[in-house]
Design a protein around this ligand. Structure first.
Ligand code: T4K
Length: 401
């Protein structure tokens, strides 16, 4: 294969060469607190024999999260998906919910599990978030709510969406699974709309191994959310409405308390890596980045490139295969689109011709490894590999045909 960008020629792994990395370089890794910090907290929980049901750790974590996220209310959950279910139920919705097909399946599944009908709306091709004008055109009598996603932590057009929701009398619920610590328009991300839902899964910037939360600017719905996550109990003997078991355990909350201390450092480390990726990949023919909303305090949760096959020389799937062969465990978040899932394909709004931007973006995106334990040297080696792949694109096209 040919020489690339002045670097010595190296047979790519996909063509039989040695792998660039002996060990997998994962797309993400959870930050693990020092054992000297974590183990005593976990031991304290076990010794207390209070393991769940709104114990001290959960209440403490919720207080810390209210402060860190700058929100008036925060109810923790066992994961982000159950938090989405509870948020939808707390808003007492009926009918249709407009959402994006360019998301993790949990967003749309939650709508469907609540007996509501998802209505897919196209995305903005540069921000990858719900297109507000397209959403406005989809609103009809049965529309109950908007459920946009801050994709990769990039804030949606929160002002435009609020205007649309207010004008048309809709509830506005954000999937903020990726957006821990993000701010936009001078306000914390979890304070926009009626409710916001976070995921604290191990793959997230802030994690509790498994976990999630619903936040809001005010505590108006907090009692309802707390009751919903605990089977609907409002006191020892009264069950109101159809609740679920969505509680976070004390052990998970304890992990969160320890991880929270590290989150700002993690954001800073990732920020430096993102800067390096952007500097080195800027101007590479056929690669584009997600356009960030103006005035954002970013969390650098993900780093994503969009590969334009005609200009890069090789399509996203080819780049993905070539990098995976090198042990660079990049991911195609979010391909395939949720609208292509057989559970939703029958919906009129799922028709591909109604979602052209989402289809184009889903065919181009590739999330590259990003987490605080990576060094700049690893990012450099990943970038070098991307450049080698481009330099060898014609041969790779033939190989992969
Ligand atoms: N809304 C949105 C927009 C979401 O993205 C998600 C979840 C949700 C809602 C639902 O929230 P949760 O109910 O999950 O709280 C992962 C996560 O499982 C999922 O939480 C996340 N989004 C999604 C974007 O990514 P997978 O299937 O890609 O995960 P997996 O197991 O392939 O892990 C990815 C990489 O992370 C691995 O290659 C290595 C690393 N990893 C993973 C785990 C689980 C670790 O280093 N340690 C670990 O323990 O879905």
């Amino acid at each position: 294969m040919s020489r690339s960008h002045g670097m010595p020629s190296r047979p790519l792994a996909i063509a039989g060469g040695a792998r660039r990395f002996a060990e997998p370089v994962y797309v993400t890794r959870p930050r693990i607190p020092d054992e000297t910090v974590l183990l005593p907290i976990l031991q304290g929980v076990l010794r207390s024999r209070w393991l769940t049901n709104d114990g001290e750790m959960v209440l403490r974590l919720e207080g810390l999260l209210r402060q860190r996220l700058g929100v008036g209310a925060c109810a923790s959950f066992c994961n982000g998906t159950v938090a989405l279910l509870a948020a939808l139920r707390a808003l007492e919705l009926e009918g249709e919910v407009i959402t994006t097909p360019f998301t993790f399946p949990a967003t749309v599944h939650a709508i469907e599990w609540m007996g509501l009908t998802p209505v897919f709306c196209d995305i903005d091709p540069s921000t990858f978030n719900l297109d507000v004008d397209a959403a406005a055109a989809l609103v009809e009598a049965r529309t109950a709510a908007l459920l946009p996603v801050h994709v990769y932590g990039n804030p949606c057009d929160v002002v435009g969406l609020q205007r649309l929701a207010s004008q048309r009398g809709l509830r506005l619920l954000y999937d903020a699974a990726h957006a821990f610590g993000v701010e936009v328009g001078g306000a914390p991300i979890g304070s926009w709309g009626d409710l916001s839902v976070f995921s604290f899964h191990a793959t997230k910037l802030f994690h509790t191994a498994e976990g999630g939360a619903v936040t809001a600017a005010s505590d108006r719905l907090l009692g309802r959310l707390r009751s919903l996550r605990n089977f609907g109990f409002v006191d020892e003997e009264t069950v109101r409405g159809v609740g679920i078991n969505g509680k976070m355990s004390e052990l998970h909350a304890a992990v969160g308390i320890a991880v929270l201390d590290l989150v700002d450092e993690e954001i800073a480390r990732r920020g430096a890596l993102v800067q390096r990726y952007r500097e080195r990949l800027a101007g590479v023919e056929g690669l584009a980045f997600q356009r960030l909303a103006p005035g954002v305090v970013a969390n650098h949760g993900y780093f994503v490139i969009a590969v334009d096959e005609a200009r890069f020389g090789l399509g996203r799937d080819g780049v993905h295969r070539a990098l995976r062969a090198e042990n660079i465990v990049c991911r195609k978040y979010f391909h395939p689109l949720c609208s292509d899932n057989e559970a939703y394909r029958h919906l009129p709004s799922a028709a591909p011709e109604r979602l052209p931007n989402a289809h184009r973006v889903a065919a181009q995106v590739l999330c590259l490894p990003l987490h605080g334990e990576l060094g700049l040297d690893t990012v450099d080696a990943i970038v070098d590999t991307v450049l080698e792949v481009q330099a060898n694109a014609p041969a790779l096209r033939r190989l992969l045909a």
